[in-house]
Design a protein around this ligand. Structure first.
Ligand SMILES: Nc1nc2c(ncn2[C@@H]2O[C@H](COP(=O)(O)OP(=O)(O)OP(=O)(O)O)[C@@H](O)[C@H]2O)c(=O)[nH]1
Ligand SMILES: [Mg+2]
Length: 338
């Protein structure tokens, strides 16, 4: 399935039904009073988060959404039927932004969260309401109100606890495949991962948590180099970032420089990202060779008080330690929130 995390749409709520102009007509009741009923309310447009969806793809194909109008009022004080509400399901984690004012309107961050995004117009009052002592034959009624309309931006930000970050080809997808049931594509070339993957990690006797694997970043991502940094929004809301750095003898470039480059891109994307707790993970430890790159990275982390864990997704070395460390940190983060 195609992954789409951004869409612009136009929504319009239903028009209110017209109030009726009518006079009572019955045998033996000459010149009965006004009995025109009220119009029904126009349908609302409602957006609701659903756990069954994981992309905004549908909104690329269909861009305009209109709810039903209210029915007109009728004789004998009969109320017109309300227009049906239009319900638009979106993935959990979708944010709704007003395209015109850029104002963030709603953040549908849990299953079932919903927002009435455009209100249906009120139905007009029928002429039954307008008779007075001096005006017994009101030949008018209210029209229904317009439904609200809006141009919206929908932006999906996956909700994960831990985000994986790093250059391409360093083993991000391999790690998520080892610690969760996710089965992303893994290959020995850059940009194997083209769209984010989520994996649920279920440690023994601990709470499960969600990890997001995103496409690799390279220097200049903020200018659109490589796949760009558009996918960083999916790790914007995680509690922790795992910054993966290749420490194998096959790895290219200085490991500390590599790490700095990614952090620079993070900062350019959103400076707050640097405030998020980061754990540095040295990958491919099974082929670390003379350990030169490992020692260089670990030394830097120790000097700067950065947590460092070395792993091998191939032999499993360090993986248990990493998962249990993540569980601890997430427990702390949850405790701090409550
Ligand atoms: N020896 C060894 N190879 C590994 C390890 N982890 C990953 N690899 C290999 O490294 C290559 C890249 O792995 P991926 O998991 O696809 O890397 P990625 O970071 O997801 O790459 P992109 O999606 O392109 O950003 C693959 O050939 C993996 O088999 C490891 O711990 N040891
Ligand atoms: Mg990958």
């Amino acid at each position: 399935m195609k992954f789409v995390d951004y869409a612009t749409i136009y929504v319009k709520a239903g028009h209110g039904g017209k109030g009726a102009i009518h006079f009572r007509r019955e045998k033996y009741v000459p010149r009965g009073g006004p009995d025109g009923g009220d119009g029904g309310r126009g349908g609302h447009v409602i957006i609701r988060a659903s756990g069954n969806l994981n992309t905004l793809l549908d909104f690329r194909y269909k861009r305009e959404y209109m709810a039903q109008s209210g029915a007109h009022g009728q004789k004998q004080r009969m109320h017109g039927k309300d227009g049906e509400d239009l319900l638009l399901p979106v993935p959990v984690g979708t944010q709704i932004i007003d395209e015109t004012t850029k104002e963030a309107l709603f953040d549908l961050d849990h299953e079932g969260a919903e927002a009435v995004i455009a209100k249906g117009g009120r139905g007009g009052q029928g002429n039954q309401h307008f008779a007075t002592a001096t005006r017994q034959v009101p030949r008018f009624a209210q029209p229904g109100e317009e439904g609200e309309e809006r141009h919206l931006v929908l932006e999906l930000k996956l909700l994960a606890d831990v985000g994986l970050l790093g250059l391409p080809n360093i083993g991000k997808s391999t790690l998520i495949s080892v610690i969760s049931s996710a089965r992303p594509k893994i290959a020995d070339y850059q940009f194997t991962t083209l769209v984010p993957n989520l994996g649920v990690v279920k440690p023994d006797n601990r709470r499960s948590f969600v990890v997001a694997d995103i496409p690799g970043l390279i220097e200049g991502a903020h200018k659109g180099v490589g796949l760009g940094f558009q996918f960083l929004r999916h790790v914007e809301r995680t509690s922790l970032l795992l910054h993966l750095v290749d420490i194998s003898e096959m790895g290219e470039g200085d490991p500390v420089d590599n790490m700095m480059k990614i952090n620079r891109e993070l900062e350019l994307f959103n400076p707050d990202m640097l405030l998020k707790p980061q754990i540095v993970v040295g990958t491919k430890y099974d082929i670390a060779g003379n350990m030169q790159r490992h020692d260089r990275l670990k030394g830097h982390c120790d000097d700067n008080n950065i947590k460092f864990i070395a792993i091998s997704s191939v032999t499993g070395m360090g993986i248990k330690k990493l998962v249990s460390y993540l569980s601890d940190r997430l427990d702390e983060a949850r405790a701090a929130k409550t």
